[in-house]
Design a protein around this ligand. Sequence first.
Ligand SMILES: Nc1nc2c(c(=O)[nH]1)N[C@H]1C(S)=C(S)[C@@H](COP(=O)(O)OP(=O)(O)OC[C@H]3O[C@@H](n4cnc5c(N)ncnc54)[C@H](O)[C@@H]3O)O[C@H]1N2
Ligand code: MOO
Length: 391
Amino acid sequence: MVSIEEALKSVIENSRELSREVTLPVENSQNEILFRDVLSPINMPPFRQAAMDGYALNLCEDESYSLIAEVKAGDHHQPVLSKGEALRIFTGAPVPNSANVVVMQEKVKVQDEVIIVENEAVPGENIRPIGEQVKKGEVALKRGTKLTPAAIGYLSSLGITEVAVNKKPSVAIVTTGNELIEAGKSLTFGKIYESNSVMLKSALLDLGFRDVRVYKIQDNFNETYNSLKNIIAENGVVIISGGISVGDYDFVGKTLRELDIEQIFYKVNQKPGKPLFFGKNENTLLFALPGNPAAALTCFYIYVYASLQKMTGQDKALMKVMAESKSYFIKNGDRPQFLKALYKDGGVSILEGQSSAMLQTFAVANALIKMPGEWTEIRVGDIVEVILLPF
Ligand SMILES: Nc1nc2c(c(=O)[nH]1)N[C@H]1C(S)=C(S)[C@@H](COP(=O)(O)OP(=O)(O)OC[C@H]3O[C@@H](n4cnc5c(N)ncnc54)[C@H](O)[C@@H]3O)O[C@H]1N2
Ligand code: MOO
């Protein structure tokens, strides 16, 4: 049995960045990571742009200006202003080079074709210079940047429609268990609804993994062996749920040994998720998560997440904060424990229902508290380590 820290270190050491690229439409690139620097194909803004509705002026010493024309957003004509002349202009419109300021309409008085500027105008005010955000040929976004909605909007504003992003491994989720019934079908005695594949697939989607295949196998050695042999050959990462403990019908461990998967560790000194297995062969990383749903999801966020981050060129671990506990909790046993928790306003509440079979409070959690093995209780006001989940 290894410690949480040893397990995490092995996961990270054995997860290699793929260093391959794939081109995607910008609009479908949410959460992807840029494979290389993106250079801007244009100046942004492409022209001197009015930032306010008002008047563009060619400044003079006097406070009155004669109005000679109008330019609105989308227009391309560029009237030439002499000193003391003004132009009606609107937000987003191109400001002619002969104008050196845009004054908000609230700050002027208009009398027929003359405008009176009440306060002294500062040259350059309310004009966005050409290339203020980025200049043509400059790096718009660096390699390694995560494509958030803002990044996608920014690239689109530069007219970019496709991006090269880090290729992600294909991920297989494999559920095991005779007791599992697909949601939507009728529940017969002794069966439960299968939830781990749906849950893990959604966690993967959240991280931008789209190439996810789900396989369901029964508690039968031959089926487990034959299915896993093919699944491992076809996928870069295989996440198995269940069948990894010591029961007579837990066939995953035996199968992995027979398939020559190198065991990097089996069993972690933690609760939940003690029977976690991590192994690999030449092309595939393999996680066998305990079947209990909350244990499976905890192991996903603590270990699989770190591996996937590394494989896709990100080294961002889940954020950790120290926070004051708002709850009292007694721990049984001497294993370090991950507790489903709700972090809010700098404090953290420990949720009811910490069993590894229970998802009902995980469903409203946003964090896990890491409680050291030697602690027996957490009191209200104790400072605890909180791992913030990525949602
Ligand atoms: N004698 C021992 N028994 C057990 C030990 C042990 O050390 N000695 N460890 C316990 C712990 S801790 C865990 S965790 C579980 C892990 O067991 P498995 O990984 O083999 O998982 P299963 O037995 O297949 O399933 C456990 C539990 O989870 C439910 N399950 C499984 N898959 C799904 C799914 N896809 N969707 C929803 N629910 C699922 C399954 O029905 C079981 O209730 O072993 C303990 N036993
Ligand atoms: O490790 Mo198990 O996940 O405690 O029930």
